[in-house]
Design a protein around this ligand. Structure first.
Ligand code: ATP
Ligand code: MG
Length: 449
């Protein structure tokens, strides 16, 4: 009996101890495992960032040329804002939003999946439409829980443009004309414009009934998602990406046939403005967009060069959204482009961007020289030059190697010799030209000549 008892203890202790060991090694594993970015959320490394910066610079000056002012809104908004604006029965709200409860105060929050809702919320909150209509733009990250693939990410970026307080088709035309100019500035080809009108709310109600009747007649051909949306949001079915549904969608009734007069006039005026501006477009009666706030004009810029994710830019009119969010009703329209897709297209076009190499790499060795070098570097920057000041010491030879790999056009060499004379040696790195001995003040002129 007693030694039985002992065995039990041994067994229990054994389990406990091995658990401990396993546990410990597990923790050790977790500690040494390298952490990774979240799936579908990309790091933009310095090599790629150069293209992003070029794009952003181009976008800023392009928007200035049309008189748009920037608005910056928070990345997190009340969940309610998106449910109310984008619509309950949409891909975004049903399954793509990063929503959570703030543990500290119980608020229901969402990482913004798009920029229009937040922009309109800010305009209403700060009463920006009080004395004048507004031309606004924003740029930044958006978040949607989608299946990551080329051109589709969970954190992606948009440049968005919103014109609030404008009712006429002249503003729809401005938006389309300005995007056409941006494609030209960025060197993009093979982007084409698809255009449609969703009419008024009443026209869509009439159309909805016809569409439901049509899909009911073909119930057996509907996929699960379409069946689920048949009565809640049948227009959304037209936006389906399921290849098996495309024939059915192509044969569906067209909203054009239910259009109200005001929307028809608006749409025809827009088309003739685009004709006058020399902008080609294709009227696509199936174009409905994935968000509920649109009415009348909708458009997409699409390309065949990016595979399945071919929509580069999309937008339209949302004349009831401001009222829906609680503002004094005012007409508005806007659009957003997917930055990753635009950049992918630039890469596809072999777009070359101006190189961002420094003008000068400054090498220095010796006590007096190294004390003087930082002041020379600052003086050169005062004169408008981009200067990398060598840090970390080392021989002239090793520093010159770094100067070479930096891509800088010139090395400036300061040894104690030069420092004592108050001069520098200027050595061209990308040509066979002679090196020169100069006063630092003369460098900027020599480099510019
Ligand atoms: P898609 O039909 O490709 O899902 P969408 O209709 O959901 O696009 P919008 O909400 O209209 O897209 O957003 C405007 C633009 O933002 C798109 O045309 C696209 O260029 C870009 N975009 C949207 N979702 C993503 C994403 N997950 N990753 C990268 N870009 C995106
Ligand atoms: Mg989508």
């Amino acid at each position: 009996m007693p030694h039985h008892f002992e065995r039990w203890w041994l067994l229990i202790w054994g389990i406990f101890a091995s658990g401990k060991i396993l546990n410990l090694s597990f923790e050790k594993n977790a500690m040494s495992k390298t952490l990774q970015a979240i799936r579908g959320m990309n790091d933009i490394l310095p090599r790629e960032a150069a293209l992003w910066e070029y794009f952003e610079d181009t976008v800023r000056s392009w928007l200035r040329a049309y008189g748009y002012a920037q608005i910056r809104t928070p990345i997190v908004e009340p969940t309610e804002l998106f449910v109310r604006s984008i619509g309950e029965v949409t891909d975004i709200v049903e399954k793509e939003m990063y929503s959570f409860e703030d543990r500290l105060n119980g608020e229901r929050l969402t990482l913004r999946p798009e920029g229009t809702a937040g922009c309109v919320r800010a305009v209403v909150q700060h009463n920006l439409l009080y004395d004048a209509p507004q031309r606004l733009w924003y740029m930044g990250p958006m978040f949607r829980h989608e299946r990551p693939q080329k051109g589709r990410y969970r954190q992606f970026h948009q440049v968005g443009v919103e014109s609030l307080g404008f009712a006429g088709p002249d503003m729809d035309a401005e938006h389309i004309v300005m995007t056409a100019r941006l494609w030209k500035l960025l060197g993009l080809k093979d982007v084409s414009l698809e255009l449609n009108t969703l009419g008024s709310a009443e026209a869509r109600t009439r159309y909805r009934a016809r569409l439901i009747a049509y899909f009911e007649r073909h119930a057996e051909a509907l996929d699960e998602e379409a069946r689920r949306r048949l009565y809640s949001n049948p227009l959304r079915i037209l936006d389906s990406k399921n290849p098996a549904m495309q024939a059915l969608i192509a044969a569906a009734p067209k909203l054009m046939d239910d259009l109200d007069d005001a929307s028809r006039v608006h749409f025809e005026a827009l088309c003739s403005m685009l004709d006058a501006a020399g902008i080609a477009y294709r009227i696509n009666p199936r174009l409905v967009r994935g968000l509920d706030y649109y009415n009348a004009t909708v458009f997409e810029w699409v390309t065949t060069r990016l595979g399945a994710q071919g929509t580069v830019c999309a937008g339209g009119r949302y004349d009831t959204l401001i009222g829906q969010i609680g503002g004094k009703p005012a007409p508005a329209c806007g659009y957003a482009m997917g930055v990753e897709r635009v950049l992918a297209l630039m890469v596809e076009m072999d777009k070359t961007i101006p190189s961002q190499v420094p003008d000068v790499y400054l090498v220095h060795a010796g006590e007096i020289a190294s004390r003087w070098a930082p002041r020379v570097a600052e003086a050169l920057r005062d004169a408008g030059l981009a200067v990398i000041l060598h840090c970390g010491g080392g021989s002239f030879k090793s520093q010159m190697k770094k100067a070479d790999t930096s891509g800088a056009r010139y090395a400036i060499i300061i040894g104690d010799d030069e420092a004592a004379a108050g001069e520098i040696t200027l050595k061209p790195l990308r040509s066979g030209a002679e090196q020169l001995r100069l006063k630092p003040e003369a460098v900027a002129d020599v480099l510019k000549s």
